[in-house]
Write a protein that binds this ligand. Structure first.
Ligand code: ATP
Ligand code: MG
Length: 722
């Protein structure tokens, strides 16, 4: 074609080009890690905008995290020369759901200022319902029921749709009634949970075909990243919006990789990939086979590992990003997790001395409890780090309390927030008062804060409680008035001061108190980047990624699950031990399927690395406060010898198998690696027999010998001294 091809198309390979330029009709890109799926999506959007096919507001684009959405926006702006005026419909399923509900919530009985409850709120609410039903909440734990509701919602099931057996499984057959009561309660509170952010829009579109038609007209292009991890409800949502009446074009493009489906435990249905071709007949399926991210060693290791899975669609991957100097994937062993963190810290510092940025390094853990060790270590070393995704900062106690104050100021009907802070700090408004308020509010169907304002006019409460309550209400009135005109950070600070909350921690003598005060300060700081209190609250309720120091050079720490779609120069994968990775729970609960999902998680982990990938395992781990000796992960045995190397044995690894942990602390010897020519792990690889696991063990004997007779004595370093 005569015209000059835009720059952003120039670097693409033919299959990528096809995926970008096929703008009419359904497209499914099915391809392995690092093949440019996300890049295709981004370029596709740029191309749509650049050729004037749609305005930014006419594109619906779904990413897996908010962070990914932000990054995509930035990339698009770069590609089209910065002219993109926002992309209001680029976000996660959840954030797009919020937007739809703010507009049309009234169709399911929500006012536009509804609150989004987090898991903690949900559990508390359910607990109240269980008690109100006269059920024993020990026998029928609220948390379990919250999980059941979540599962139903992920499958798109309302109370009427849940399977008979499921409904009977909880609370002597009252599961369905509880679900109904729960939804009614949410409605009274003008609140919804995460699942509702999907379920409500589905209901709205189903019941209002005209509205759906309007959105069909609006969304000229629909794009979905990480498609393999959509759950049934998300798929229903997507299909409603993307499936058009006969004769209309269905411009929907989904990209995904079945080998990276890692949210099965949360209801993701990898079968959605297969359904796509059925629901969107004539879909063009494009495969990408060239990996642009990783070296041959990294890709080779990952490919060999994932080949152990049976349920795969199967695909080829190759890279020409390779160099004879490329390091193989390195496997390291440590005595315990403290030492693992120490060793990884050293490795990082060494890379840093070699002028590598911390920003280019990440530690990916299987379970979030593993993070603390690294956080502690990095604080000691003065290494900057950031924790990405998952439960963290905003889930801490003091942050939740502070947020409850802010929520109640922003939405006076937020009863859960009210209950959380009405007697925090202690004001003499104990259970009796709260119960009285609860009953009063219920009887009149009004929020508790309003009930409190009423009840102090009566003599239902003791004078002392009345006075205390009066003061609280006065404060809230004042803060509510300030909400519109005072800068929200200032107001936040004022609320925490005047409520006595900050003082509560200042007067607290416990070891955590100073840290909590720092966190509160950090909370106020983190509000600065938002325009308003409401904007901030919304952000937090969506949780996901909350990075405060984006500009700092820092190592990232995150779970393997939240590392999806990301890439780093150097990746550290600690904790490759049986029971932790593969995780025992997934083996117990889902058997072979669980194991395969764990293996996909390992595949995701390795393929995040561009140049260096370090895998670690320890021989002792403290689980639930107990020391246990551990076996190296079976996934290590599944790595190919050609692409993997066993690193020099870490100091004191020789303690492996020696029994008491305490004793090993004397064994802080320098690495005896040079003399350590045939580690068991390599032998295991060479032999590839059933005795593999034994070979891991034999090394311990070998190492013990070294410690006893080797030249290198304990170095002048003790754990205590550090
Ligand atoms: P994942 O499955 O992990 O999400 P992906 O398929 O989405 O991976 P991308 O993240 O889009 O892959 O791309 C991987 C890396 O390769 C990125 O750094 C991207 O910029 C680069 N890349 C993709 N396509 C090309 C290309 N044609 N030329 C150069 N680099 C490319
Ligand atoms: Mg991607």
């Amino acid at each position: 074609d005569g015209g000059k091809r835009p720059d952003y198309l120039a670097g693409l390979n033919p299959e990528q080009t096809e995926a970008v330029e096929t703008l009419e009709g359904p497209v499914l890109v099915l391809a392995g890690a690092g093949t440019g799926k996300t890049r295709v999506l981004t370029t596709r959007i740029a191309h749509i905008l650049n050729t004037g096919r749609a305005f930014p507001s006419q594109i619906l684009a779904v990413t897996f995290t908010n962070k990914a959405a932000r990054e995509m926006k930035e990339r698009i702006a770069l590609l089209v020369g910065g002219a993109v005026e926002g992309m209001p419909w680029l976000g996660t399923f959840h954030s797009i759901g919020v937007k739809l509900l703010r507009r049309h919530g009234e169709l399911v009985g929500l006012r536009s200022d509804f609150t989004i409850l987090d898991t903690d709120d949900v559990v508390r609410l359910i607990k109240q319902l269980i008690q109100a039903e006269g059920l024993d909440d020990k026998r029928w734990p609220a948390k379990q029921f919250a999980g059941m509701i979540d599962t139903w919602k992920n499958k798109g099931l309302g109370p009427a749709d849940i399977p008979e057996g499921d409904a009977r499984a909880f609370a002597n057959g009252r599961g369905r009634d509880l679900y109904v009561a729960y939804q009614a309660r949410l409605s009274t509170l003008n609140a919804c949970d995460f699942g509702d952010l999907l379920i409500h829009p589905i209901a709205i579109f189903r019941k209002n075909p005209d509205l759906l038609k309007e959105y069909h007209g609006r969304f000229r292009y629909i794009l979905v990243d990480e498609y393999q991890d959509t759950n049934t409800a998300q798929y229903m949502w997507l299909r409603l919006l993307a499936q058009r009446p006969k004769g209309e074009l269905q411009n929907v493009c989904c990209v995904g990789d079945d080998d990276q489906s890692i949210y099965g435990w949360r209801g993701a249905e990898v079968d959605n990939i297969l359904r796509f071709e059925k629901d969107f007949p004539g879909a063009k399926v494009i495969k990408l086979e060239r990996n642009y991210r990783s070296t041959e060693h990294i890709l080779g290791a990952a490919a060999h590992l994932i080949a152990h899975n049976e349920g795969r669609l199967g695909k080829t991957l190759f890279t020409d990003r390779s160099d004879p100097d490329d390091a193989k994937v390195q496997v390291h062993a440590s005595w315990d997790s403290e030492e693992e963190a120490r060793a990884i810290g050293e490795e990082i510092e060494q890379l840093q001395r070699g002028k590598h940025l911390l920003n280019d390094m990440a530690i990916l853990v299987r379970a979030s409890f593993q993070m603390r060790e690294f956080e502690d270590r990095f604080v000691t070393l003065g290494l900057n780090y950031r924790v990405i995704g998952g439960p963290r900062f905003y889930e801490r106690l003091e942050i939740r309390d502070a947020m409850a104050y802010f929520r109640l100021v922003a939405q006076a009907s937020d009863d859960l927030a009210f209950e959380r802070i009405i007697n925090t700090p202690k004001r003499g408004l104990g259970d009796t008062t709260v119960r009285a308020l609860h009953d009063y509010a219920r009887a009149r169907d009004i929020p508790m804060l309003a009930a409190a304002a009423d009840i102090i006019e009566t003599d239902e409460l003791k004078p002392k409680a009345r006075k205390a309550l009066f003061d609280v209400i006065q404060s809230f009135r004042r803060w509510q008035e300030l909400l519109e005109n005072t800068p929200h950070t200032e107001l936040a600070e004022q609320i925490l001061e005047e409520s006595g909350y900050t003082d509560m921690w200042k007067n607290d003598k416990s070891a955590e108190a100073p840290g909590r005060l720092e966190n509160l300060k950090e909370l106020i700081r983190s509000m600065e980047s938002f325009e308003s209190m409401r904007g901030f609250l919304e952000h937090v309720s969506l949780v996901m990624d909350a990075e405060t120091n984006e500009n700092l050079d820092a190592v990232s720490i995150m779970t393997l699950h939240s590392a999806k779609g990301l890439e780093f120069d150097t990746i550290f994968l600690p904790g490759w031990e049986e029971g932790l990775f593969p995780h025992q729970r997934s083996l117990d609960e889902s058997g072979r399927a669980g194991l395969e999902e764990e293996r996909r998680l390992a595949y995701v982990g390795i393929t995040r690395a561009k140049h260096r990938c370090h895998i670690w395992f320890v021989s002792n781990r403290r689980i639930h406060g107990l020391w246990q000796s551990t076996l190296p992960s079976r996934f290590l045995d599944e790595l190919p010898v050609t692409h993997v190397e066993v690193a020099e044995m870490e100091q004191s690894y020789g303690g492996y198998g020696r029994g008491g942990y305490g004793q090993s602390r004397f064994d802080k010897a320098e690495p005896f690696a040079n003399s350590y020519s045939t580690p068991g792990w390599k032998r295991a690889q060479a032999n590839k027999t059933d005795a593999t696991r034994d070979n891991w063990g034999t090394r311990s004997g070998h190492a013990v010998e070294r410690i006893g007779y080797g030249e290198s004595g304990p170095k002048g370093r003790t754990i205590e001294g550090e």
